[in-house]
Structures are given as C-alpha cells and as structure tokens.
Design a protein around this ligand. Structure first.
Ligand code: PEP
Ligand code: MN
Length: 364
C-alpha cells in the first residue's frame, strides 16, 4: 500500500471514532444534566471537587497510554468544565426575572392609566420627602401639568444621621394620598421595614425599596406576597447580578410587578454623590424582562447636571427617569442640593421631550 493510501485508510478509521466520542460526550452530558437536577433538589452545588478528583484517579489507574496521565487530566478537566457550564445554564433558565425571549417585556399598569415598560418614557417625580400638604400640592400641580403620573410620597426617610429629619411617617402618606387623588396621580413610597407594609398598603399604589435595603431578603420576600408593584433600587455597592437576584426574591415570592432602578454606585469620584452607571440600563434590559428607571437625583447629588443626565437616561433605553422636584429646594428638609425647582423641572422636561428616539434601540 502506498503511503498516500495508508494515510487515507487510517483517517477513515478516525472518523467513526470521532462520532463515537461525540455521541459518548453527549450521553455523558445528558446524564450530567439529570445529576444537576437531583443536586438542585438536594440543594447542593453542582461543583463537587471530591467527585472530580475521584474520577481523575480512576482514569489514571485505567490509562494504558499512549496519552500521559497529565494529558488525560487536561482533557477530562475540559469535559468537567463544559459539563458544569451546561448544568449552570440549565439552572439559570429557571431564574424568573431573566429574559427568555427577545420580545419578553414586563409592563406595569396603574389605575390612572400609567404604564411603565411599554416602550414609553415615564417620569417618577416629587420631593425627596413629604414635608407638608402645601409642599406636596404645589409639587403635584407642577408635575401633573407636564404629564407626570407617579409622585414620590415619602413618609419614611433612610437618613445617614439619626438626628436628621426622618419623615412625617403615616401623616406624610396621608398627605401624599390626598394630593395624588386630587391630580389623578399614583403614589409610590419607600418601605423601610416589613412591619410597615400593612399600614402603607392603605395609602400607596406601589412600594419602593431603597438602596440600603436592596439585599434585605426578609423585606423582599414579604413584598413578594403583595399585589402592588415594587420598585427596587440598586444598592450603592451592588453588582448587576446582586440586583437581579434581589428582584428574584420578590418574583419568586409571587409578585411579578417589579421595576428596577439604577441610582448610581459608590466610587472614588467626589464630584458627584454617586457615579451613575449607565451601562446598568442596557445590561438589565438585556438580562431581565423588567422595566428599568434611572435616578438622576441621587446618582449625581447635584441639580446642575440634571438636564444632561436626563437626556442620557432618555437615550439609554430606560423606561423612564426619577427626579426629585421641590417647590423650594433651598429649604428642603432633605437632599436640598439635588432637588429641582419647578423652572428647572420644566427645563428638564423640555429637554427630554425634544429627544425623539425609537424606544427599541437600547434593548438590542
Ligand atoms: C430615595 O430615592 O428616596 C432614596 C433614599 O434613594 P437611595 O435609596 O437610592 O439612596
Ligand atoms: Mn432624596
């Protein structure tokens, strides 16, 4: 036989072996997926280093060459790694907040016709805290004149110092409800502790979880039992993954009406209160089917860049923005530096309305 023919003959022997290996690899992967399901039911992790070491020892004992034990280890480590990825991908399919198909979008509807997540760009606005009826009434009038349908009605404020204004409590919620009803707006309010939920439920249309509580799993689970929508703010040192899993706590409890909010993360930069992580918007839109709102107030901590941040939020693919607006920010009892007066708010609205974009742009 000529060397050419011999080469061809030998290659002919390799081809069916490749197919056999392929078939065996996939048989192995199918069984591994079954194992993954059992591990999930048992609540154990997929990665089991003791089991992997035992398999490698068995393989080395059985190895008669010509491959060295080192090479066999490398090849099987690749197989183990690929199997682990497969098991994890399969488990992730079960994450409820994750987007399963490109056109899966959660739209949250309120009694006054407000829809968040339907491709429109909505504003959530109002003072940092409810301070008085007059303050809320003036704010609601100015906001609703520009089409804002959801007002901040904060009765409880998470302040850094216990000696600072902590909010008017239930009285603040009563004021917010009265004013919102007058202007056909809906009220959203921060729930600082799960014990407040039943009382707050009488006044609010949606619950708000602040940055400091993003990983309060007891609060999240309790909100999972509620019927009303929950807005979940990103913690100031939370990764995107941690925010997604915090939302999963709520959704796995049975409440699928969740809105996410990017509010800036803590960095070395001192010019702004936080650093607005605008990349969180497309990432959250890509990974989840939930609406995403950008907080341009607490991210910056200053009002002089509200308009450019508002424009950035508008084109980021977000479903809306959140901004603090107060009749007289200079005398506000909290966050005086970042709240907009009505003139500044109107200028922000003019800016946002001047931008017309295809709402689908940023999710793709
Ligand atoms: C707020 O938006 O009212 C607030 C307190 O912000 P954060 O929780 O993001 O600090
Ligand atoms: Mn504030």
């Amino acid at each position: 036989m000529s060397p050419q023919n011999e080469l061809q003959e030998l290659r002919k022997k390799i081809d069916p072996i490749n197919l056999q290996i392929l078939d065996l690899l996939n048989q192995r992967a199918t069984i591994a997926l079954e194992i993954g399901k059992v591990q999930q039911a048992l609540g154990t992790t997929f990665y089991d280093p003791v089991r992997e070491a035992a398999m490698l020892t068995e393989l080395q004992k059985a190895n008669n060459g010509p491959f060295s034990n080192e090479t066999i280890n490398k090849l099987f480590n690749e197989i183990f790694h690929a199997t682990l990825n497969l098991e994890e991908r399969d488990a992730r399919k079960k994450i409820l907040v994750e987007r399963k198909t490109p056109d899966q979008h959660t739209v949250i509807e309120f009694d006054n016709g407000l829809k968040i997540g339907d491709g429109s760009f909505e504003l959530i606005a109002g003072p940092c805290a409810v301070e008085s009826y007059e303050q809320m009434e003036a704010a609601a009038e100015a906001l609703s004149a520009r089409g804002v349908k959801m007002i901040r009605g904060m009765g409880y404020k998470p302040r850094t110092s216990p000696y600072d204004f902590q909010g008017l409590g239930e009285e603040g919620l009563q004021i917010a409800r009265q004013v919102a009803d007058k202007y056909n707006m809906v009220v959203i309010s921060e729930v600082l502790d799960m014990s407040l939920i039943p009382m707050m439920d009488q006044y609010v249309d949606a619950f708000w979880v602040g940055a400091r509580n993003m990983q309060n799993s007891f609060l999240l689970r309790e909100l999972g039992k509620q019927k009303k929508p929950v807005l979940l703010k990103r913690g100031f040192a939370a990764t995107i993954k941690e925010l997604v899993y915090a939302a999963e706590y709520i959704m796995s409890g049975g409440n699928d009406k969740i809105i996410l909010m990017e509010r800036g993360i803590r960095t070395f930069s001192k010019e702004t209160r936080n650093t607005l992580d605008i990349s969180a918007v497309p990432l959250l839109k890509q990974q989840t089917h939930l609406p995403v709102i950008v907080d341009i107030s607490h991210s910056a901590g200053r009002r002089d860049i509200a308009n450019p941040l508002g424009r950035v939020a508008r084109v980021s693919g977000a479903d809306g923005l959140m901004v603090e607006v107060h009749p007289n920010p200079d005398v506000a009892m909290s966050d005086a530096n970042q709240q907009l007066n009505f003139t500044q708010f109107n200028s922000l609205m003019d800016d946002i309305e001047s931008i017309s974009i295809n709402a689908k742009v940023a999710t793709e």
